[in-house]
Write a protein that binds this ligand. Structure first.
Ligand code: DGL
Length: 238
């Protein structure tokens, strides 16, 4: 547990340029936000790794989905969500949303005086160490794909890798509806993922915190030769 729980001196909340949380002697809760249910995949992992931490979770169901909205809108929602969590006296904010991380992480990090964690850098680091052939796929919302945030994060960590991206806009509503194992979900997954599979990728980043809930279906389409990487463990444990 380095990224969230590593011993960070109070005056320095950064290790290797990335924030880490103060140790849990600080009784204030960790704030986590997403556009909806997706961020709960991160909350579950925080609970597992840091069982003594209190968590305030904000799922912006009223304005879901974020991934089809403009960068400006997502930035504005992300600022509001952060302020909402700060009013609830959180000691750190986890942006448990790739769309918000891609649109707002730099802004939030430079404008708020508490540790802010994103989900893109940890997933990119994980993919860079997972790939053997240097062929990495990224699936995410339209907003995340258009931001090219994963290409930027990977260009530093796996500079030789070929990156193939695809947005999967129907995945988020399917997850929010709880349609995790339906024939229609399987069919849609095939339509989105088969072109990536045909590119011969060996690693696939699930670049949206909703997508791990479709992991079984995605794994079936991609087959055993493709390693699936998400933000959950690397965000909490790095
Ligand atoms: N779960 C979010 C993400 O990681 C947002 C999905 C959406 O609202 O479109 O991108």
């Amino acid at each position: 547990m380095r990224r969230l729980a590593a011993k960070a001196p109070r005056e320095s909340s950064r290790v290797s340029g990335r924030p880490v949380l103060p140790l849990s002697k600080d009784p204030r809760p960790i704030g986590v936000f997403d556009s909806g249910l997706g961020g709960l995949t991160i909350v579950r992992e925080i609970r597992r790794v840091l069982p003594d931490e209190n968590i305030v979770y904000f799922g912006d169901m009223a304005r879901l989905p974020y991934g089809t909205k403009s960068r400006e809108q997502i930035l504005s929602f992300s600022i509001q969500n952060t302020l909402f969590l700060i009013r609830r006296k959180v000691k750190a904010v986890v942006i448990a949303c790739n769309s918000s991380s891609s649109a707002a992480y730099s802004f939030l990090k430079s404008h708020f005086n508490l540790p802010i964690l994103d989900v893109i850098v940890p997933a990119a680091e994980s993919a860079a160490s997972a790939t053997r052939k240097g062929r990495i796929g990224v699936i995410a919302t339209q907003a995340t794909i258009e931001s090219r945030a994963y290409e930027k994060a990977l260009s530093r960590r796996a500079p030789e890798a070929d990156i193939f991206t695809a947005s999967c806009p129907l995945f988020v509503p399917l997850v929010e509806e709880g349609w995790l194992e339906t024939p229609v979900t399987r069919e849609i997954a095939g339509i989105y993922l088969n072109p990536l599979k045909a590119r011969g990728i060996d690693t696939l980043i699930l670049g949206c915190t909703h997508y791990p809930m479709l992991r079984d279906i995605i794994a079936k389409v991609m087959g055993p030769g493709v390693k699936l990487v998400d933000s959950i463990t690397p965000t909490v444990e790095k």
